[in-house]
Ligand binder design. Structure first.
Ligand code: C2G
Length: 123
């Protein structure tokens, strides 16, 4: 399982999802809602419904759910019987509390690209 905004979907997101899929036989992705994203201090460009549609159509992704808050991960892991939580290493350490419930893997981010940089380039 992994979580993210996936705004302006790019190669960094794709690589993360493809890598996440290698740790199990099904991959569930929780996509941040526009409202939740604001609590992360980020304003999305692409609306939640469209971000979900894009992520749903990525070959490695088996299911998409909404990420509504910081506090849903333990419940999600139990509900969906998740074995492994995967996220980029910009979050290293932040989700170690999940180690009681599943494997926690932080994988290297793809350098040189981010939704924030893309937005700047478009300005
Ligand atoms: N990512 C990456 N390489 C990049 C950009 C992003 O590997 N160049 C990864 C991030 O590390 C994350 C995923 O792609 O694992 C989604 O990135 P964002 O959409 O920026 O999501 P984020 O704001 O990190 O949301 O509760 C957790 C949060 O919802 C994570």
């Amino acid at each position: 399982m992994t979580y993210g905004t996936f705004d302006m979907f790019h190669i960094g997101h794709l690589k993360l999802l493809n890598r996440a899929k290698t740790f199990g036989d099904r991959l569930i992705v929780a996509v941040s809602t526009d409202e939740f994203n604001l609590t992360k201090g980020k304003k999305t460009v692409i609306p939640f419904e469209d971000r979900c549609e894009i992520v749903k159509n990525i070959k490695s992704v088996d299911r998409v759910i909404a990420e509504l808050s910081w506090d849903q991960k333990i419940q999600d892991i139990q509900n969906y019987e998740i074995e492994t939580f995967v996220i980029g290493n910009d979050w290293t350490g932040k989700f170690d509390f999940l180690k009681k419930y599943c494997n926690v893997i932080y994988i290297p981010r793809t350098e040189g690209i981010s939704s924030t940089d893309l937005k700047k380039k478009l300005k």
